[in-house]
Write a protein that binds this ligand. Sequence first.
Ligand code: MIG
Length: 633
Amino acid sequence: MIRRFVSGRPIVTGAVVRRLPAESMDGFPFAHRLDGGRFVFSFPLEKDEIVYGLGEAPRGINKRGWIYRSFCSDDYLHTEEKEAFYAAHNFLLHDGCGIFIDFPAEIRWDIGYARADEAVITLDGEDFEIYLIFGETPRAVVREFRSLIGKSYVPPFWAFGFQQSRWSYPDAEAVRDIVRGYDEAGLPLDAVYLDIDYMDHYKNFTVDREAFPDLAGLAAEMKAEGIHLVPIIDAGVKKEEGYAVYEEGRDKGYFCRNADGTDFEGGVWPGTVGFPDFLRPEVRAWFGEKYRILTDMGIDGFWNDMNEPALFYSAKGLADALETASEMRGKNLDLPQFFALKGAFEGLDNRREDYASIWHEIDGRPVNHMRVHNLYGASMTRAAGEFFEEAFGKEKILLISRASCIGAHRYGGIWFGDNHSWWQHILLCLKMLPSANMCGFLYCGADLGGFGGNTTPDLLLRFLALGVFTPLMRNHSAMGTRDQECFRFENTADFRDVTRVRYRLIPYLYETFRRAAEEGDMMFRPLSFDWPDDPLARECETQLLLGDECMIAPVYEQNVSGRTVYLPEEMCFVKLSGDRITAKEILPPGLHYIRVALNEVPLFLKKGKSIPLCRPALRTSRLDIAGKEDLTW
Ligand code: MIG
């Protein structure tokens, strides 16, 4: 059962696919008030109650005890004190009731932060829709919610293979080297990503002719070997005379504007850019069609980046900072002046006042960016996704995005952005999986091995042993960091053992994924979903249920030989390594310390369940799906 409450004149976000009768806010069951243009509502939290949701967001599976912010943010330090990541997934689930706030401006979620026994949710505006979703169990609430927002994106089958990325592989030869490195080491691989340097001066839909003289040729050569190339597309379009995409966008008036109607100019990788106003259907159609330039070259996968949108500076912000600097030139600066000078440049990126100076157009009327901020990246995904589906049909093109809001889950997947090569980020990824799944994002995963900073082989292996299960299994790392491809380390055999397990599991993972997409279910669930009355299951933040058959529990600390696992019921503990099953043991309910070597992937089968394993191969296209054997209890 779903109730729909409407306040004012909400912006149509396209998040919802079912039309339901609207109720007025008079009947809204939670305490609420208007507070200077903001809508605030609150509800009590019982002592042991769990609050789930918010998708890609900081902290735990249970969101209690912290403040979160729905405001898509380009912030590459995913530390605990953060309130927002790249996404705005406005779905919360507590006490048999789901709350979906269909509202694209900022929302502040105080989930027992100011007061432990109260949730206070503040919407930065008065025009919104709130859906209350009821069900017998949390899982039933999620299914009901998902029927409201429509079916999740399903990528092509090869997107379940192992993918390798780096910022950036500089040229065609480097790409060949990566594939060769994987092949020679006997490590499976299905895709290589191209980061921003494949472009000519970071211009979307162009190719650097020196580095990649024949991208179509390279794509064909790769495809013949079963490898897919996945180039990046950024949100901003470089301002440059003679660059067709820019000129067209400008001449058609397709870029976001300043208050005076001129084009808003921001600074990102290419220098000054225009931001396509993806909220307009005609702009989406125009930008979507541009992907054809690359699909015509045989490209069938993309990642959309910088679409929060990330802003290094605005034209005005930079001018102001330079002005401050020139005023201070030659002066003897006291400390406050010095910090003002430093701050003038440090504070230039992703400034609220810059966002507030951006204007969109909806149905011919100007709408300020702050009212629709969280729709921007999602609309870029939609532009690409709509084009792909129209031009090629469903499930043909891989698409992942950095920024997202609910609704975009129908058009593409997500990666969890710029994590670090930190042990704690293994668990951060694990915790976001069920939360993202609730919100419809099934095709997702983190940068395995960590994006920022230098990885170590043991960290990468443990990260991979979780990534073996995530639909998106991609190793990616930042510019300036140590080489992170699996074949770079001396214990190549360990990497072979772990990544081959993925390929053994692909038939199972793919089926589980498809079923979740079809039935509006989650692929990963918190243990508390299945054992709501078991205190230890309820508070488990380091293990997940996968489908209806198994449980996963990755090792997440350095220099340890294993971890403690909680079994709410008797389960079959299995260790997979390469083509082998290195352990299979029935364990009674309770706490266990399990030992897991760096080359092993632990898995727990539920009683009476079995999962198919196939023979591993170096490509998904070479998997012998028919030749499956069952791993049974
Ligand atoms: O400002 O394209 O999250 O995956 O490698 C950094 C360069 C821009 C951020 C993405 C990351 C990508 C990087 N990008």
